[in-house]
Ligand binder design. Sequence first.
Ligand SMILES: NC(=O)c1ccc[n+]([C@@H]2O[C@H](COP(=O)([O-])OP(=O)(O)OC[C@H]3O[C@@H](n4cnc5c(N)ncnc54)[C@H](OP(=O)(O)O)[C@@H]3O)[C@@H](O)[C@H]2O)c1
Length: 304
Amino acid sequence: MSKKKKIYMAGAGGMLGEAFYKIFKDEFDLKCTDIDVNEDWLSYLDFRDYEAYRKDVKKFKTGYLFHIGAFTDLEYCEKNQDETYRTNTLAVENAVYIANELDIPLLYISTAGIFDGQKDTYDDWDQPNPLGYYARSKYAGEVFVTQNCSRYLICRAGWMMGAGPKKDKKFIQKIMAQIKEGKKELLVVDDKLGTPTYTLDFARNVKLLLEMEYWGLYNMVCAGITGRFEVAAELLKVLGLQKEIKLTAVSSDYFKEIYFAARPASERLVDKKLDLRNLNIMRDWKLCLKEYIRDYYKGYLKKK
Ligand SMILES: NC(=O)c1ccc[n+]([C@@H]2O[C@H](COP(=O)([O-])OP(=O)(O)OC[C@H]3O[C@@H](n4cnc5c(N)ncnc54)[C@H](OP(=O)(O)O)[C@@H]3O)[C@@H](O)[C@H]2O)c1
């Protein structure tokens, strides 16, 4: 009989789930579920279905519940508000009920996007003021967890990068896809500030908090201060393409038809609480970007 502690991971089929699986699988017994069963280590569970969720978690006799998944496409969330609240907020309430009933700690993943961007940087105690429906739904999840869950970790991620071309739906993959298409000029906004968050670092830092049992709410982004334009420039540098591809700065207005959801001008987090507890193992974003491209994009630009 295995003596390993068990973790139930819900919504683990995406970018972050890939990292959680990798980082936790050797030391814990995992049950990973998602509505998109895209790996052989995943099984089907729709966490909006409270009874099915409760039954599945109880059956696994788990020591922890990680509620990872959400709808993360901001434009989809603007257009499908009820579905967004059902998925990103009510399902989190389901997770809280289950964790409380089983008397186990809950992990919920929140986002830097819950702030309004009026400040340059935000620490763990700054007051959120979400602008769009994705951010509202995620913040509502945070509030419910903090007010109702007995033992929890809420970890706020920034601009996620991880899992490679198959699963990365965000900025790095969007730029990489344009480079692969053969674009010689990239238009990138220079009025959006934030912090990249490497999924593997994030999963490692969550593991550390779990081991220490320091429950509560934490900002958890990579080290360094930056914005979209600098991230794109650094990516070209990592790829050695800074001479071949021109980077042109545009304002967010340029993309307002495609990216119509409101986004804060700054969603830069500082990991103040992790720093003060001396538990911040998030590395510098430039180092993580380099490692991410090396480990997940080998040969990608050459493949047809
Ligand atoms: N991506 C970011 O930049 C970012 C930044 C900050 C915080 N976060 C948060 O980090 C967490 C993980 O996000 P991620 O980047 O890994 O996103 P992701 O790649 O989109 O993965 C989320 C997964 O959840 C699944 N899911 C959606 N609805 C579900 C449901 N009802 N039941 C079960 N699974 C469901 C998704 O399936 P489908 O693909 O079929 O929808 C997807 O496989 C989320 O809570 C997100 O809000 C993300």
